[in-house]
Ligand binder design. Structure first.
Ligand code: RNT
Ligand code: ZN
Length: 400
């Protein structure tokens, strides 16, 4: 069928995923204090072994990365800094608080990505941050986001690979607002203030992430899709498309080619929505296959940053990372192995052949190629990784 498996494996080996650190500790972070998660996010489950310190989280990431073929990136939130004995508020964070992460990433050849944390904080408790009616609260979050960009730029400079700094703003209304415009105007102004300072593109890429709704913000989300799309296009930031942030039947797969016409780059938060939750562990379902297919078919691998975003505390957290990451890689591999005849049939105007070939290609033995890919990258083949995860659980996680 004209499929080049060698080339597919080579191309897959060059794709770096950004592994989200927050799966390892249920989005807790390392700040002092016990602010509730909030922001419309919720983690359920109490599987033993949550990482409680930076070194535990790094050990767990090392273990997960050892079971995922290829070389990747790690995505941090500002709340994961190493702040020492004195409390450091969000408007005080500095690159020095992330030296431990940078050193760790450097010795392993990993890239780092970053996010300001605009939730789980007393000044986010009433559901508003960068769009807050109180200018003092806005100023606090503007400063936090500015400093986050500096941290991200320092990471990019230190590691020689641009750090994507993704701003997600939880602000929203539980019930119908009387005025939807004013908070959006305030958010626009705040974001302009956040992005004022220039950083070289080789160090930092800015992204903003829209969302349809969150728990406690069901009626109106200030940073909606239209808001962020317009913002990103006019300011030339990246747009972050999170697979769990739209209506349940709306897929981000179809948004990739449309938005890439107007934007230089995209960030994907590969996730899985289930009813009200936008953050289930990624499975190899039709949605994931469609997303990966569009990244490959749009020939956009150089312009699309592949991030994962979900959190599940009801299963082994390392398993959650490995399952989701390997699934995304499998979906990308299936896309890379797509028979060229499908596109040729479309060009020839033969819709019947296009459909027939699409369906025939579903039963091609891509699993054989995946196994070979894992072998070549020296990671466990097939379900063999489960035993490594279990050993780590017995040795390390169960004694936490
Ligand atoms: C929330 C967004 C956001 C977060 C992380 C923790 O709905 O998806 O990306 O999941 O920043
Ligand atoms: Zn997300």
């Amino acid at each position: 069928m004209g499929v080049d498996a060698e080339e597919a494996m080579q191309r897959l080996g060059a794709l770096r995923l950004s592994l989200h650190c927050w799966q390892g500790d249920d989005v807790t972070g390392f700040e002092r204090g016990t602010a509730e998660l909030g922001g419309g996010l919720a983690v359920t489950g109490n599987h033993p072994g949550r990482a409680r310190t930076p070194s535990e989280l790094r050990d767990d990431l090392d273990q997960a990365l050892a079971l995922i073929p290829g070389r990747h990136r790690v995505n941090l939130h500002a709340m994961y800094g190493e702040f020492g004995r004195r409390p450091v508020d969000r408007d005080q964070i500095e690159p020095s608080h992330f030296e431990g992460w940078i050193d760790w990433a450097r010795t392993r050849g990993l890239g780092l990505d970053f996010n300001p944390t605009c939730f789980a904080h007393p000044l986010a408790d009433d559901g508003f941050t960068l769009s807050h009616p109180d200018p003092a609260v806005r100023a606090f979050w503007i400063e936090h986001c500015r400093r986050s960009r500096r941290v991200a730029a320092a990471m990019g400079a230190a590691l020689g690979t641009p750090c994507v700094n993704n701003v997600w703003i939880p602000d929203g209304f539980k019930d119908t607002p009387a005025d939807r415009l004013a908070p959006r105007e305030r958010l626009k102004e705040s974001l302009d203030a956040v992005f004022e300072e220039r950083h070289p593109a080789e160090h930092l890429r800015d992204a903003i992430e829209p969302k349809l709704f969150g728990i406690g913000a069901e009626s109106c989300t200030v940073a909606s899709h239209e808001f962020c799309l317009g913002y990103a296009i006019t300011r030339l930031t990246l747009l972050c498309l999170d697979a769990g942030h739209f209506h349940p039947t709306e897929s981000i797969a179809d948004k990739i080619s449309s938005t890439l016409l107007w934007l230089p780059e995209l960030l994907l938060h590969v996730s899985r929505g289930v009813r009200w939750d936008s953050d289930h562990v990624v499975t190899l379902n039709d949605e994931l296959l469609a997303i990966a297919r569009e990244v490959i078919a749009t020939r956009a691998t150089g312009r699309v940053h592949l991030g994962l975003d979900y959190f599940d505390a009801s299963i082994n957290r390392i398993g959650a990372w490995v399952i989701g990451a390997r699934n995304l890689q499998k979906a990308l591999l299936v896309a890379l192995l797509e028979p060229p005849a499908i596109r040729h049939a479309e060009i020839a105007g033969d819709r019947t052949a296009r459909l027939a070939l699409q369906e025939e290609s579903r039963s091609l033995p891509w699993g054989e190629v995946w196994d070979e890919f894992c072998r070549r990258h020296d990671v466990p083949v097939g379900s063999a990784w489960i035993e490594s995860m279990r050993q780590y659980e017995r040795r390390i996680l169960s004694s936490r």
